[in-house]
Write a protein that binds this ligand. Structure first.
Ligand code: EPZ
Length: 417
C-alpha cells in the first residue's frame, strides 16, 4: 500500500489544470449501456472509481478503447445483466448501471451497494421511482433483482434530493413509454452533464439543473461524443490548498459557475480569488478568518467540500461552526485532524472548530475520499512531517493529487509500506 509524506509550511506557487469530474463520468459511462455503437468520451480522469465502473461494465460485455484522456465505449454485445458483489461493494455508485440496464434489457441484478464510511447510503428512492415506472423490484440474498415487461413514464417525487437517484431514473426513463417527471430532482452540474450527454444521444430531457426534470421516452438512441465537465470538487480543493499554505495558484480549466457557493465562502475567509475565463487565480492571506458553513444540495455549499474546509478552519483565527446535513457520518476526518493538534468538538451533524492558527505534523490515517483530501491539506499547513496511510481512499477521486501539489512547490511524495 502507499502512504503520502508531506513536509508542511511551503506556500503553493504555480499552476494546475483540473481533471474531468469523477461524479459526471460514473453516470455517463453507465449511460453508454443504453445503446450499441461506439461512444467517445473526452476528458476522462484516471481514477480508481473509473477503473471500478469499467470493470463492472466489462463484466456486462462492454468493450473499451482508450488513449490519453479519451475513452471509446461499445456495448453492442451485452452478455450479462448482473453486477457482482465483489465489484459493487467497492463503490456504491455502481448502482448507476441499474437504470440503463432496465432501459436496454428490461432486467438487472445488482448487488445492494451497502453503506460506506460516511453513511448508510440507502437506495430506497431509486427503487421506489423504478417501481413507479412499472419495474418489478425484489431484494434477494443481497441483490436487487429487477425486471419489467415495459417501462412506462411516471410522475416521481423524491422525498430527499438524491444525485444518483435522479441520474438512475433519468436513464431508466429515456426509452420508457410516455413522459416521466422527476420532482425535487438533484440540480448538481453532474446531473446536467449526464442530461446533456443523453440528449446528445437523441433523448428528450428538459429541466436538468432545476427542481423538475421531464423526460419524454424515445424509441431509438445513438452513440455520442461527449466531453466531461471539469471536477468542481478538485478545483475547490486546490483553492483551499492555496489558502491553507498562504500561497498562490492558477487553477486552470474550471467551470466557475459550478463553484459559486465555494468561491463565495472562501472569499469570506479572506483569501483572494480572481476569475480569469476558465481559470481561477487564488491567493492565500496570512490571516485566515473563521467562517460557518452548512452543507446542502447544489447550489449550496457541497458536502464533498466540508472536510477540506474544516482543515482550513483549523488554522483560522476564531470559532467555526460546520453543519453536515447530507450524510450522517461525514466527520471521520475529525479524529485524525485532532492528532495534528486541531481543536474540534462534534455533536451529531455539527462540528465546532476552534481555529488555533497552527497544526503539527503527525501520522494519520485516511478513512474516506474527502477525509483523505482534508488530511493532505492539513499536512500542507502543518509544522513538520505528516504521514497519511491508506491513501487508496484518495486515489478513488483525485488524479495524481500529490504529483500536482509537488508541481506547485509542495514537499509531498509517496512511499510504499
Ligand atoms: C452523490 O452521492 C455523489 N456521488 C457523492 O459524492 C455526493 O457526496 C452526494 O451525491 C451528495 O452530493 C456520486 O455522484 C457518484 P445522494 P449519492 O443520493 O447520489 C439519502 C464523493 O465524495 N438517500 O444525493 O449517493 C442519502 O442517504 C461522493 O465524490 C436516501 O435516503 O448521494 C443522503 O443522506 C461521496 N435514499 C442523501 O439522500 C436514497 O435512495 C443524499 O444522497 C438515496 C439517497
Amino acid at each position: 500500500m502507499d502512504k503520502i509524506i508531506i513536509e508542511g509550511g511551503v506556500p503553493l506557487n504555480g499552476e494546475v489544470t483540473i481533471s474531468g469530474a469523477k461524479n459526471a463520468v460514473l453516470p455517463i459511462l453507465s449511460a453508454c449501456l443504453l445503446t450499441g455503437g461506439w461512444h467517445t468520451l473526452d476528458n476522462i480522469p484516471r481514477l480508481k472509481d473509473i477503473w471500478t465502473i469499467k470493470e463492472i461494465l466489462s463484466n456486462l460485455g462492454v468493450v473499451f478503447e482508450e488513449d490519453a484522456q479519451t475513452l471509446k465505449v461499445n456495448s453492442d454485445n451485452l452478455n450479462s445483466h448482473s453486477a457482482p458483489y465483489k465489484l459493487v461493494k467497492t463503490m456504491r455508485a455502481s448502482i448507476l448501471v441499474l437504470g440503463p440496464l432496465l432501459a436496454r434489457l428490461r432486467k438487472a441484478k445488482i448487488s445492494l451497494p451497502g453503506g460506506c464510511a460516511i453513511g448508510a447510503r440507502p437506495i430506497d428512492l431509486h427503487l421506489k421511482g423504478l417501481s413507479a415506472m412499472g419495474v418489478d423490484v425484489n431484494l434477494e440474498h443481497g441483490y436487487v433483482v429487477a425486471s419489467a415487461d415495459r417501462l412506462r413514464g411516471a410522475d416521481i417525487f423524491f422525498d430527499i434530493t438524491t444525485v444518483t437517484g435522479t441520474e438512475n431514473l433519468m436513464m431508466a426513463a429515456v426509452k420508457a413509454e410516455g413522459e416521466t417527471t422527476i420532482n425535487n430532482a438533484a440540480k448538481e452540474p453532474e446531473v446536467v452533464d449526464l442530461a446533456n450527454m443523453l440528449n446528445g444521444m437523441g433523448a428528450r430531457i428538459r429541466g436538468a439543473g432545476t427542481d423538475t426534470i421531464t423526460i419524454n421516452g424515445v424509441k431509438e438512441l445513438h452513440p455520442v461524443r461527449h466531453a466531461i465537465i471539469p471536477d468542481r470538487i478538485e478545483a475547490g480543493t486546490f483553492l483551499i490548498a492555496a489558502a491553507i499554505t498562504k500561497g498562490k495558484a492558477r487553477i486552470k480549466g474550471c467551470n466557475v459557475e459550478h463553484m459559486e457557493a465555494v468561491i463565495k465562502k472562501l472569499l469570506e475567509t479572506g483569501m483572494e480569488i480572481e476569475k480569469q475565463g476558465e481559470d481561477l487565480v487564488a491567493m492565500g492571506h496570512d490571516k485566515v478568518k473563521s467562517v460557518d458553513i452548512k452543507t446542502i444540495p447544489f447550489p449550496g455549499f457541497p458536502t464533498d467540500m466540508q472536510a477540506q474546509l474544516m482543515a482550513l478552519m483549523c488554522i483560522a483565527d476564531g470559532w467555526s461552526m460546520i453543519r453536515e446535513t447530507v450524510f450522517e457520518n461525514r466527520f471521520m476526518h475529525v479524529s485524525e485532524l485532532r492528532r495534528m493538534g486541531a481543536d474540534i468538538e462534534t455533536n451529531g451533524g455539527q462540528a465546532l472548530v476552534r481555529g488555533k492558527g497552527v497544526l503539527s505534523g503527525a501520522q494519520v490515517m485516511a478513512t474516506d475520499l474527502r477525509a483523505s483530501a482534508s488530511l493532505v491539506l492539513a499536512g500542507l499547513a502543518a509544522k513538520g512531517r505528516t504521514e497519511i496511510s491508506r491513501v487508496y481512499h484518495l486515489d478513488r477521486g483525485y488524479q495524481d493529487l500529490d504529483l500536482k501539489l509537488s508541481r506547485l512547490g509542495s514537499k509531498i511524495w509517496r512511499e510504499k509500506y
